[in-house]
Ligand binder design. Sequence first.
Ligand SMILES: Nc1ncnc2c1ncn2[C@@H]1O[C@H](COP(=O)(O)OP(=O)(O)OP(=O)(O)O)[C@@H](O)[C@H]1O
Length: 585
Amino acid sequence: MNTYKRLFKYIPEKMNYLLLSVAFSVATAVLTIVPYYYLWNFLREFFVVQSLGKAMDYAVTIVALLIAYVVVYLVALWMSHLLGFRLETNLRKVGAEYLMNASWNFFDMNSSGKIRKIIDDNASRTHMVVAHLIPDTTVAILVPILMFITLIVIDYKLVILLLVITILGVLQFKGMYGDPQFIKYYTTALEKMNAESVEYVRGIQVLKVFNGTVYTLKSLYNSINDYSEFALNYSMSCRFPYVSFQTLFNLCITFTIPFAIFFINRGTSAMTILAEIIFFAVFVSILFASLMKVMYVGMYNMQAKDVVDKLEEMFNEMNRKKILHGSRGEFKNFNIEFKNVSFKYEEDYVLENLSLKLEGGKTYAFVGSSGSGKSTIAKLISGFYKIDDGEVLIGGENITDYSEKAICENITNVFQNAQLFKTSIYENVKVGNQNASYSEVMRALKLANCNDILDKFETRENTIIGSEGVHLSGGEKQRIAIARAILKDANIIILDEASAAADPENEYEIQRAFSNLMEGKTVIMIAHRLSSIRNVDEILVLDDGKIIERGTDKELMSIDSRYRYLQELFSKTNEWRIYDEMASR
Ligand SMILES: Nc1ncnc2c1ncn2[C@@H]1O[C@H](COP(=O)(O)OP(=O)(O)OP(=O)(O)O)[C@@H](O)[C@H]1O
C-alpha cells in the first residue's frame, strides 16, 4: 500500500481516474461471476428440468452479460491507462526538474546514459504497472470471494471441492514467485548490462583500432553473463511449481469424478450431478485465471516498489551535497575570498584550510602541476560544489547567500571542451542570453572572432552543428563558446584550460576573442600554455591544494620560484622537436 501512496503522490490531479477505475473494476469482477450463475440455471433447466424455452432465455441473458462485461472491463482499463500514462508523464517531468537542479556531484558520479536510462525506463514501467494493477488487483481479490458465494447458493458441496483446489493452487504459489527480491536483482542486472553496452558502443572506435571485441571489455562480458545466469536460474527455480500449477487446473475435472461417484451413491440424481460437474468444470477456470492474476499482481507490486525505489533513490542523490542558495540578488563588488576552505570530492581532501583573496576587476592566472587543485578552486568560485568547511565569499558575502540566478548571471565558465548543442551556431550562442537580439548575438560572434567560421558555410550563423550538420574543430568550437560567454556578459569569468585545444592559428584567434571577453571583468585563468598568462595582474602557483607563490610574472621570474621553473620547462617543451631528439641519438 505504501508503494502506491508513493506512486500516486505524483498524480494528485488524477485521483478521480483512480476511483473510476476501481469502481469499474468492481463491476467487472461482479460481471465475471454473474453469467456463471445464469449458466448454472441454464444447465439446470436443460438437464434436470429439461425446459428448453427457459434454458434459451438464460442463454440470451448470459450473452448480454458477457457483452456488458467486455464494455465495463474496457472502461476500467481505459481509466487505469489514463492514470498510468499521466503517472509516466509526471514522473518524467519531475525527473527533468530534479535534473535541472541536481548537484554537480551527481553529474560527476553518474554518466548521462545511466541517468537517462533510469528516468526513462522506470517512468515507462510505471504506466504498465499502474494500468494493469488496478483492474487486476480488484478482480484478483473479488472474484474468488464471489465464486464462493455463488457456489454456496448453488450447492454447498461444490464449495468443499473448490476449497480443496484453491488450497492446492495456493500452495504452488510461493514457488511460482521465486525469490521476492527477484525484480530488484533482475532490473539491477539488466541496468548494468545496458549501461555497459552504452559504454561499449561509445568506445567502439577505440576497440576497432586495437582490434578489440566484446571480450576485451571484461565488464560488459561479465554483465551479460551475470544477467543470463540470473535469468536462467530464476526460470529454472520456478519451473516445477509453475508446471504443477498449470497441471492442477487443467486436470481439475479429475477431481470431480470421485466427487460425482460419492454423491450419486448418496442418492443425488444423476442429472443434477451431471449439471453440477459440467458447471464446476467451466466455473473453476475463473479460479485459475484469478489466481494467475494474483501472481501478476504480486509481480506488479514488486515492480512498482522497485520503480519508485530506483527513481526516488536517484532524486535523493541529485540533491546530495547540493548548495542551498539564499535570496541575495545584488553583488556589492566582485572581490573573491576563500576563508579556511576545506573540500573533498570523495574521501580525501583536495583543498585543506585554504585562504586566498582576489580583487574584483583584475585578471588572475592559476598555475601548477596536474591535480594540484586549479580547476577545483574555479569550480568552488562558480558555486558548483558545497564545501566541507570554511567560507567562499564574493563581494564580502557567502556564496551560498546569493540566489542561484544571481550566481548564474554573474559568473561564466569557458571550459576546455566546449559543449555545443546539435543546433545552429546562432542558437548555440543565444544560450548565453535568451533575451539577446539578433544583432547582439552577431556582435558576440564578431567579438569572439567567429566571422571566418561563418564565412565557411553558406547558411552562416544558421548552420547546424553536430552529427546532423557540420563538424567544427576544437578551437572553432571554443570560439563559439567564447561568443556565448561574451553574450552572457557576466562579471566574473573563469577560463579553465581554455586555450589547450587550439592550433597556433586558432590559438591566436582565441586569444583575441578572450581579450574582448575579459575587458573590465574579474578573470580567473587556468592555462597550461604559460605563454598566454604573462600579462595577467597576478599569478597564483598551486601545489597539492596549497598556494605556494603569488605575484606578477616579472616578480616571480626574478626569483628562484616554482613559477620560473614551470615557465622554463614550458619554453623548453616548445623548443623541443622530435627530430632534435632523433639527431641527438
Ligand atoms: N569530480 C571529481 N571527483 C573526484 N575527484 C576529483 C574530481 N575532480 C577532480 N578530482 C581530484 O581532485 C584533485 C584536483 O583536481 P583538479 O582538477 O582541481 O586539478 P587541476 O590542477 O585542475 O588538474 P589539471 O591541470 O590536470 O586539470 C585531483 O586529485 C583529482 O583527481
